[in-house]
Design a protein around this ligand. Structure first.
Ligand code: B12
Length: 209
């Protein structure tokens, strides 16, 4: 079992995405759950990628391949997360802010929310404030979720949130992503913050009560 997790993790680290499907299927054959694949294989591997990238041991093209490997596995495990509750708890609009193209975390939050009875609208990456406004008017979500993974794009979160608070008073706005914290969320007057997808689900459940 440990070996299968290590293999999945290695595939992410080495970016050997073509090998991912076989490995995930092997994990399923061994009764390993989607949650275990995610936590013990994929996230572990991406954690190592993050460290190697930070330390200059991995470069952008390699990290892109790692992201591709991660996403290949997500396509296979997503259906298991989506089998959860069928109730309609409300709608969440998710987007990655202007200047930022990271979407793995945002997508994971979206999948977990869907599996817990939320409807999710996804406006994608590198989204301007105008795009958020357009989508809010179109989708009328109960909660708006903004993701940022770069210290530089925390400014985009701040800018967008301040406009959204003015334009849609009372709308619930949540923020997240690696450089984001509860303190930052409080300082920009966001309604909430969560550090990962599991906590994001709990946060959204509380907000729609
Ligand atoms: C994969 C990756 C990439 C991929 C992204 C592929 C993709 N489609 O997403 C690529 C190769 C494209 C990339 C590019 C870059 N990256 Co990059 N990347 C990463 C890496 C290694 C992993 C991110 C990831 O997917 N993690 C796994 C997911 C599951 O976790 P997560 O994203 O944190 O999401 C969870 C939580 O944060 C939270 N969450 C996320 N969003 C939201 C939203 C809400 C509302 C809520 C409630 C919660 C929430 O829940 C999620 C699920 O649990 C990180 C390292 C790291 N430590 O994060 C660097 C990292 C984020 N990247 C970094 C950098 C510098 C870059 C580049 C600028 C590099 C360059 N020189 O060009 C570019 C930026 C391009 C751009 N304009 O955005 C730095 C940022 C440093 C900083 N402090 O600003 C990091 C931290 C790496 C490092 N240590 O140096 N990157």
């Amino acid at each position: 079992m440990t070996d299968i997790f290590n293999q999945i993790s290695e595939i992410v680290i080495k970016g050997k995405w073509k090998k991912m499907t076989d490995q995930v299927n092997l994990a399923f054959k061994n009764n390993i759950t989607a949650k275990q694949i995610l936590e013990n294989g994929l996230l572990k591997g991406m954690g190592v990628v993050g460290i190697k990238f930070r330390d200059g041991e991995m470069f952008l093209p390699e990290v892109l391949m790692s992201a591709k490997a991660f996403k290949t596995a997500m396509v296979l495990i997503n259906p298991f997360f989506l089998q959860g509750e069928k109730s309609n708890r409300g709608k969440v609009l998710m987007g990655t802010v202007k200047g930022d193209i990271h979407d793995i975390g945002k997508n994971l939050v979206g999948v977990m929310l869907k599996g817990n009875g939320f409807e999710v609208a996804d406006l994608g990456i590198d989204a301007s404030t105008e795009k958020f406004i357009e989508w809010i008017e179109k989708e009328n979500p109960d909660i708006i979720g903004l993701s940022a993974m770069l210290t530089t794009t925390m400014v985009s979160i701040q800018k967008t949130v301040s406009v959204l608070i003015e334009k849609f008073p009372g709308k619930k706005i949540i923020v997240g992503g690696a450089p984001v914290s509860q303190n930052f969320a409080d300082s920009i007057r966001a309604t909430g913050y969560a550090k990962n997808a599991i906590d994001a689900v709990e946060l959204c459940k509380r907000l729609v009560l």
